[in-house]
Ligand binder design. Structure first.
Ligand code: AMP
Length: 187
């Protein structure tokens, strides 16, 4: 059982670590970025609305994301726990999530803040080469992260849930540390 939120700038390794941790704990890995990219690829109504924002590196409007998260967290699979990757992305989303989890009586155990220096992030994202990984878009996404998402570090610190992990190390070491932190948060 684990209910964990991954926080960190684009390229910090939230996707990779989120996936590995979800596998180790046998819980779903919920990535709003993956959900949006799939919706765009399939041309669903959500995808059509989200595309211009995702292409530019802006956050999609909250109303497109909040219902989706609510529905996903109420599914049967999510009763065993979850790893959230890419949500919440701003204070309004975090407040919505806090209320939703209280309502579902499924409190979050831990928020992992993956810390990676900016220059490493830029190199990683340029090497990854996703459609929204051009240099201009990366800079824009880092700006969006600093302005809208980084305040969540304080938000979760105040709630006593935040653990910062050095994300600039071999991936297996990072996964082991996160696993220990989750286990410690539950004992
Ligand atoms: P990610 O894969 O998490 O880096 O997300 C890729 C893109 O999807 C972001 O640049 C945003 O455009 C969009 N996105 C993902 N998650 C959210 C969210 N929680 N709120 C708003 N937009 C999001």
């Amino acid at each position: 059982m684990a209910r964990v939120i991954f926080l960190g700038p684009p390229g910090a390794g939230k996707g990779t670590q989120g996936q590995l941790i979800a596998e180790r704990f046998g819980v779903p890995h919920i990535s709003t970025g993956d959900i949006l990219r799939n919706a765009i690829a399939q041309g669903t109504p959500l995808g059509l609305k989200a595309k211009t924002y995702v292409d530019k590196g802006d956050l999609v409007p909250d109303e497109l994301i909040l219902d989706l998260i609510k529905e996903t967290l109420q599914r049967e699979e999510a009763k065993q726990g979850w790893v959230l990757d890419g949500f919440p992305r701003n204070v309004a989303q975090a407040e919505f999530l806090t209320q939703l989890l209280a309502l579902l009586q499924q409190p979050c155990h831990l928020v992992i803040n993956l810390d990676v220096p900016d220059e490493v992030i830029l190199q990683r994202l340029l090497a990854r080469g996703r459609k929204d990984d051009t240099e201009d878009t990366i800079r824009h996404r880092l700006g969006v992260y600093r302005e809208q998402t980084a305040p969540l570090i304080d938000y979760y610190k105040k709630m006593g849930l935040l653990k910062t992990v050095n994300g600039n190390r071999p991936p297996a070491e990072i996964t082991d540390e996160i696993q220990s932190l989750i286990q410690a948060s539950q004992s």
